[in-house]
Structures are given as structure tokens and as C-alpha cells.
Write a protein that binds this ligand. Structure first.
Ligand SMILES: Nc1nc2c(ncn2[C@@H]2O[C@H](COP(=O)(O)OP(=O)(O)O)[C@@H](O)[C@H]2O)c(=O)[nH]1
Ligand SMILES: [Mg+2]
Length: 198
């Protein structure tokens, strides 16, 4: 049993007025669990399982680095952005067989951060199509793996067919400041989109 003391950060201050649900999405092994773990101020809830040979039939493991566990339902974390604003982060699996789960997770979500890997950009289309079908605004963050190619922003935008208004940032999902910056790019985008809508 884990008997770590509950830290003060586990409790929300009374000043919090707004809570926002955000999805952290992307294809298999793009860094969603890492990202939520890096940013969450509470011990993130994870539903990881060891990957099995049986899963290899349904999950496309091509190009996946040394990964031995996979998220079977979702990751959940919390980040207090200011005294008034708290973000709830839902890491949402990108495997095709989890599409059903999306309709539940998308409910009440204000937007999504799409993590992408420059090694496998084409694998991000499926998840961006899903977001568009739910009408969820999103920002894109390249999770820059050490061994992945570095492309100029313009080329990534072109390859992903992004709208000029869709924010594109580069992050390292293992780094707190860099991941927070990516999330703030999304929050800024959502605030702008909200102001523009009638
Ligand atoms: N080098 C590097 N490795 C990363 C980064 N983000 C995640 N990883 C590793 O990539 C693997 C897949 O990450 P994970 O968070 O489980 O991906 P998920 O399937 O999207 O939840 C894990 O072994 C991570 O430790 C990153 O920014 N750089
Ligand atoms: Mg995961």
C-alpha cells in the first residue's frame, strides 16, 4: 500500500471559481501519460497495463520506442493555473479501438492539446479528425523526441494541414515549464475562440 501523506496541493483553495476540462490527445506512445504526469499537482490517476503480444495485433507498434505499458482507459491530472482557475487534464488514448470512449470524455471538454511526434506525423490525422467531428477547438504541440527529425514550423503546419489560427508549439513532455507553456498556448487559444464566437 502506498501511504504517502496527502500534500496540501491535493486540496483546492476556496478561491477557485472556474474549472476547465481539457483533453490531452494523440496517437499511441506520443507522450500523453508523460505529459499529464509532468503537469499534475496531484498524483495522476493512470490506467496503465503491461502491453501484451495480444495487443500487438490491434495496436500499431511501428516506430514506437521502448514502451512496455499502455494506457487502457485514460490519464487524469489536475493543474491549478491561478487562484481562480483549475484545469482538469484527461489524457485520452488515441488507439482506434478507444473511439467509443471519446464520446464520454469529450463531453464538457473545452478543448484539446494534440501531441504529435515528427517521426509519425501522419498518425495524428485520425485524432484531429475526431476532434473536428466533436467540434472541439485544439492546439498542437510537437513532443520533440531526441531521435526524431526537427522540421521548421511551416513544414509541420503544412504536413498536418493546420489552419493559420491553430497554435503550434514545441514541447518536451518530461519538462514542467515546457509542458505548461504548451497548455497555456491552448488556454489562450480557447479564450480567443470564445471571445470571437457570437
Ligand atoms: N525522449 C523523450 N521520451 C519521451 C518524451 N515523452 C515521452 N517519452 C517516452 O516515450 C514513451 C511513451 O510515452 P507515454 O507517455 O507512455 O505515451 P502515451 O502512449 O501517449 O501515453 C515513454 O517511454 C516515455 O518515457 C519526450 O519528450 N522525450
Ligand atoms: Mg498513455
Amino acid at each position: 500500500m502506498d501511504s504517502a501523506p496527502v500534500s496540501e496541493a491535493s486540496y483546492l483553495p476556496d478561491s477557485v471559481r472556474t474549472s476547465v476540462k481539457l483533453l490531452i490527445v494523440g496517437h499511441f506512445a506520443v507522450g500523453k501519460t508523460t505529459f499529464v504526469g509532468t503537469l499534475s499537482e496531484i498524483r495522476p490517476l493512470r490506467t496503465e497495463e503491461r502491453m501484451t503480444q495480444a495487443g500487438a495485433v490491434v495496436d500499431d507498434l511501428a516506430g514506437v520506442r521502448d514502451k512496455t505499458t499502455t494506457t487502457v482507459a485514460m490519464d487524469f491530472g489536475r493543474l491549478t493555473l491561478s487562484e481562480q482557475l483549475v484545469l482538469y487534464l484527461f489524457g485520452t488514448p488515441g488507439q482506434r479501438r478507444f473511439k467509443q470512449l471519446w464520446s464520454d470524455l469529450a463531453r464538457g471538454a473545452l478543448g484539446a492539446l494534440v501531441l504529435v511526434d515528427t517521426e509519425r506525423l501522419e498518425q495524428s490525422f485520425e485524432v484531429m479528425d475526431l476532434l473536428e467531428s466533436y467540434g472541439l477547438p485544439y492546439a498542437v504541440a510537437v513532443n520533440q523526441f531526441d531521435d526524431a527529425p526537427v522540421f521548421p514550423e511551416r513544414e509541420v503546419r503544412e504536413a498536418l494541414d493546420l489552419l493559420p489560427t491553430t497554435p503550434l508549439v514545441i514541447c518536451d513532455a518530461r519538462d514542467h515549464a515546457s509542458s505548461a507553456k504548451a497548455l497555456i498556448a491552448l488556454v489562450d487559444h480557447l479564450l480567443k475562440t470564445d471571445q470571437e464566437s457570437p
